[in-house]
Design a protein around this ligand. Structure first.
Ligand code: 9MR
Length: 511
């Protein structure tokens, strides 16, 4: 751990991109998964070994030793919001609290997530500002801290509540214009505050040569589905935004305030949703985690500690889920203290670990992949099983060329078959399909699953596979990390769509 942090510090000083820092952590993770490795005893150490950060929302008056001991990333809870630091013309003021937090992070080898530049709430003197003024503020704020900020939340909470999938009907989104009336703001003639703010932020980062990555952050976007199994339209809308503006957006924050709101629940498809964003090539962060300890009837777990474990595991299982941040240290000091949603009790620097803390630490210590126990010993020397990579993949998209196949020496090898089964989660007008691909008696290096969709059915999103089209006969081909499947083993991908998908007969072809 110490080695990786020393390395991290050196790299930070030379302002290498955050992605490189994470790869460094990931490389340590590979070594640490050796059986002899001892469990780490702090969240930050365990997370660093697994190749992700574990952070906390912080305020200048609560920079107790625990902040640097347990966490290696810091998000100013309120001190970088426009109502603290922006003037009405987009200048900066009162940056003292933010500076204190950035300095504290630097001296404790913590990454900083800047929070936040464009937001309808806590806008202060910027409330009602034009895009030009927002752009001025974006430039001033990014330039003030440069690469000391690893991630900036450029746009926060742009989407409406109650699962409508629409942009908020509030400033700054009231500046949006849908020129051709096609229902989105993605066209060249449209006005889109999200697009314009990201374009500006990207220009500033590039002009300054900063390593800062630019994120979009929102809540109730965590699951593919919401309570009752219907589609999470807010998540889908965020997905469309990230896909459309991918060239400017580097990272996505799922705030992860899990509570009893029907759209704020923990669903079984959290990991699949993280994965589909990751498949766009962006980093995913669980950026403001707190989990109500009294989820009544909406959660998928028995208790808070188990729910924390599931959430952490969902992130760990997706290599591009590169960080988790809890929204405060202790329950009593949380913005939602009545929900007791954090990892510690106590206050004022004197904190006690909860069961949830121990669950998170334990899960982090397991690392990126948990291999299911093998019941029968392998006969001879089987090819290695193929868990997802433990280091985050490079920022370039996965290669489009299939993995190389080795020509058979003289006689052809046994047929490398595979089979596929589909499980469906349907509702009127839509569905999520999870497809399990299982290798036959020989290992396979790649696979393609063909399905014929009924007329009128359209695929709107795919994760852990690449789709050849959206309707009719569609072929889903493995992505870089899940093509190789050992004999008898399985991997999964999924897609969602509109229409119905009952009675699909998937045909699996292996390579
Ligand atoms: O935790 C923050 C709290 O102290 C503030 O009073 C509140 C004001 O809106 O904002 C809280 O932080 C929010 C974050 O900035 C964005 N996502 C939701 C968080 C909780 O409201």
């Amino acid at each position: 751990m110490t080695g990786s942090l020393r390395q991290r510090k050196r790299l930070t000083r030379t302002a290498l991109p955050a992605a490189v820092l994470l790869v460094v952590s990931g490389a340590v993770a590979v070594q640490s998964t050796a059986p002899a490795a001892a469990a780490e005893t702090t969240l930050r150490a365990a997370a660093a070994k697994a190749g992700l950060f574990f952070g906390v929302a912080a305020s200048p008056n609560r920079l107790y030793p625990i902040v640097g001991q347990e966490f290696n990333q810091l998000t100013p809870e309120n001190d970088m919001k426009p109502d603290r630091i922006a003037t009405s013309s987009g200048g900066l003021q009162n940056t003292g609290g933010a500076d204190t937090l950035v300095n504290h992070a630097q001296s404790n080898n913590m990454l900083v997530r800047g929070h936040t530049l464009v937001w309808h709430s806590q806008a202060g003197a910027l409330q009602g500002a034009s895009q030009a003024t927002l752009n001025t503020f974006i430039g001033n704020a990014i330039n003030r801290w440069g690469s000391k900020i690893a991630y900036w939340d450029v746009v926060n909470e742009a989407l409406e509540d109650n699962n409508t999938g629409r942009r908020r009907n509030q400033w700054p989104h009231t500046m949006n214009r849908d020129a051709n009336g096609d229902g989105d703001y993605f066209d060249a003639g449209d006005t889109d505050v999200i697009r314009d703010s990201f374009i500006r932020a990207k220009q500033v980062v590039q002009a300054g040569g900063y390593s800062t990555k630019l994120c979009i952050n929102d809540y109730d976007v965590e699951g593919l589905t919401v309570q009752g199994g219907g589609p999470n339209r807010k998540a889908n809308a965020l997905y469309d935004i990230v896909r459309t503006y991918r060239q400017y957006i580097d990272c996505v924050g799922f705030q992860s305030h899990f509570n009893d709101n029907p759209n704020s629940i923990i669903t079984n498809d959290l990991q699949a949703n993280i994965q589909r964003f990751a498949d766009l090539g962006v980093e995913v962060h669980l950026s403001e985690v707190d989990i109500d300890d009294d989820l009544s009837n909406n959660d998928i777990g028995a208790g808070q500690a188990e729910n924390y474990r599931k959430v952490v595991r969902a992130c760990l299982n997706v290599p591009k889920c590169t960080g988790i941040t809890v929204w405060g240290i202790s329950d009593s000091e949380s913005w939602r203290s009545s929900e007791r949603g954090l990892l510690f009790t106590g206050g004022n620097g004197n904190y006690q670990k909860k069961a949830a803390y121990h669950a998170v630490l334990d899960e982090l210590n397991k690392g990126r992949t948990t291999t299911p126990p093998t019941t029968t010993p392998p006969p001879t020397t089987p090819p290695p099983t193929t868990p997802p990579p433990t280091t985050p993949p490079p920022t370039t998209p996965p290669p489009t060329t299939p993995p190389p196949t080795t020509p058979p020496p003289t006689t052809p090898p046994p047929a490398a078959g595979c089979s596929a089964t589909v499980s469906l989660n349907s509702w009127p007008g839509g569905f999520v399909a999870t497809v399990r691909v299982t290798a036959g008696t020989s290992p396979i290096r790649g696979w393609t699953v063909q399905v014929t969709l009924p007329a009128g059915t359209t695929v709107t999103g795919t994760w852990s596979a690449t789709a050849s089209g959206a309707s009719g006969s569609v072929q889903f081909t493995n992505v870089s990390y899940n093509g190789a499947v050992n004999a008898g083993q399985s991997t999964e991908f999924g897609f969602q769509g509109t229409g119905t998908a009952t009675g699909l007969t998937p045909v699996c072809t292996a390579s």
